[in-house]
Write a protein that binds this ligand. Structure first.
Ligand code: URA
Length: 188
């Protein structure tokens, strides 16, 4: 079994799909290796590719606000993506790219063992929960899978395009907070 650090050195050299050709940095994901909660987005954008860190651009700033809004910090949680290299011009990752990359994410989940996984946006939720998931219909509802409590919600970038999504997104975060602290209190 690799450690997270070993896995990161492997992904840094990864050439399993075409996205390796244009990357500046592999965005492995970052945060608390023992996090109780993991946030999973779609894939790196410009800022993430430049810095090698997940969710550090405008969508990332919104995610940071939401995490802090539920009484946590980015250092307490773990943040990663379905694909670890930036798709050209921020296009959606292709099926074969996601298929090539997702074993790394599964490995991260196995090592971190979070109680809660939050899927940010439909690409993340379709890969992790159900390939036919409709984000507008299923956001905010818990799904239990392989011992994880999984919540799909909107991608923070969607809130930048559509103000109307801010309220439901915030409602989902309040529910995530409730569940997270309930689990935490049970384990004391
Ligand atoms: N959008 C994502 O899905 N992930 C990031 O890391 C940044 C923006």
């Amino acid at each position: 079994m690799y450690t997270l650090a070993e896995l990161k050195t492997i992904t840094d050299k990864c050439r399993r799909c075409r996205l390796c050709r244009n990357r500046t940095n592999v965005v492995f994901g970052q945060g608390n290796p023992k996090a109780g909660i993991m946030f999973i987005g779609e894939g790196p954008g410009y800022h993430e590719d430049m810095q090698g860190l997940a969710f550090v651009g405008p969508a990332g700033q919104l995610l940071t606000k939401a995490i802090e809004g539920i009484g946590l910090t980015r250092d307490e949680v773990y943040i990663a993506n379905i694909v670890k290299c930036r798709p050209p011009n921020n296009r959606n990752p292709r099926e074969d790219e996601m298929e090539a990359c997702i074993p790394y994410l599964r490995w991260q989940v196995k090592l971190i063992k979070p109680e809660i996984i939050v899927c940010l946006g439909s690409i993340s939720a379709r890969n992790i929960i159900d390939k036919n998931l409709r984000i507008t219909k299923q956001r905010g509802k818990w799904i239990e899978k392989k011992g994880f409590k999984i919540m799909p919600t909107y991608h923070p970038a969607a809130l930048l395009r559509d103000e109307g999504k801010k309220k439901p997104f915030w409602e989902d975060f309040k529910e995530i907070k409730r569940e997270y602290f309930e689990i935490k209190n049970q384990s004391i």
